[in-house]
Design a protein around this ligand. Sequence first.
Ligand SMILES: [Fe+2]
Length: 442
Amino acid sequence: MSELVARGFLRALFHAGQCLLRHPPTHDAVEDAITALQRAAEVLTSGQPEVCLTVGKEAFFLGPRLLPHASIEFHGMRRDLQQRGIDSITVLRGASRRDLTDLAAVAAGHGADLPVGGTVRLNERPVAFAQLETRPLSGLRRTYAASLDALRAVSSGRRLELEKVAGAVDGFLQGGAADAGPSLMLATLHNHDEAMFYHSVNVCLLSLALGRAAGLGDDELRRLGMGALLIDIGRVVLDDPALRLPGRLSNEDWGLVRLHPQEGALAILAATGPGQEIAAQIVLEHHVRFDGGGYPDLEGRRPHFFSRLVAVADTYDAVTGHRPHRPARTPQQATAILLRGAGEAYDPDIVEAFNRMMGLYPPGSLLRLEGGEVVMVTAAAGGDRRAMVVRDREGALLEVPEPVDLAGSRVAEVLLPDEVGVPPASLLEVAEAAAGSSPGRS
Ligand SMILES: [Fe+2]
């Protein structure tokens, strides 16, 4: 059974838990989410009487197998489960709706007691900790998870701690020092329920890679990365649920959203820690256009170089991510939007540097070759044209993706992750192993 199936179950569990937090149990959204969870449980247990997911100290495991992608995506849920004393979830085939609803409540942290239903069992772990796969999560993934936590902490009313933000940026700098490829692949992660947090982390990764390509030193990159990671923290500070979902806004919400750069900058200046001035400036200016338009009004002053750089990364990730009012678009469509806006909305030199860094097919791009196989690009532009085959010529999903050199191959079509059924970031470890190095490991 692939990681994708387990990930699908964890995703449905997380989503159902979030719905239970937001709505009463009889709400349509909850009903739909539990139905989706039941369906995911059926897929998870198809062909076997029961499946056990272990809730480890740092990761989820399916049987003894590490789930690297799901572990980062549902890092917060894993931690909450662990804090409630849950170290495994065993789902029996035909799991009941009632037991799955109880499980979703526990996963969301508001079930009073642990469920003891007969079809979903907790802490009956058949796999001993000693048998679990011991390879570590890549340093980049751990840092990604820590960055999400730093943003969630502000969201849950705790203080903005700039030391934690700086620590996360340092982790990225170390993890991506040798090769931008893994960073750029990881930056393809998106999450529907916490879209804004994932977006912020991706903007940080993209900005750091771009800053490094532009020749910035580590101290400058650290300050750039802090501002990038906090770009939309003002939306959290304003604490309006509508603002947390990037998407189409009502006029009233739009008036509020235009305040998020100032609110974010004020929150950073009120926090204690290093690098706050430039981070605050980046946050204040990230929606100011190269030609002076946008918001807030800087009265003709051009935004700081770092702010112009982050604005390019912000647009790229927003376009390639799914939004409530439109589907995700390809990296090529995103770079076309940047090119169209170069000189007006965006600094043309930065757009050029960004496109040079990403290349025609950035890491994480999914391509159908003329031969019919589907590949995912893993190497950054300028290196070898490396990729992994994820679907063979007959369209079958490969259990273990195979490395392939794209030299001499012709691309028939650019695909979206939803069309391929494989999120690019889920193949990060495989791609690193195939490249014969482990730049993200620590
Ligand atoms: Fe913003």
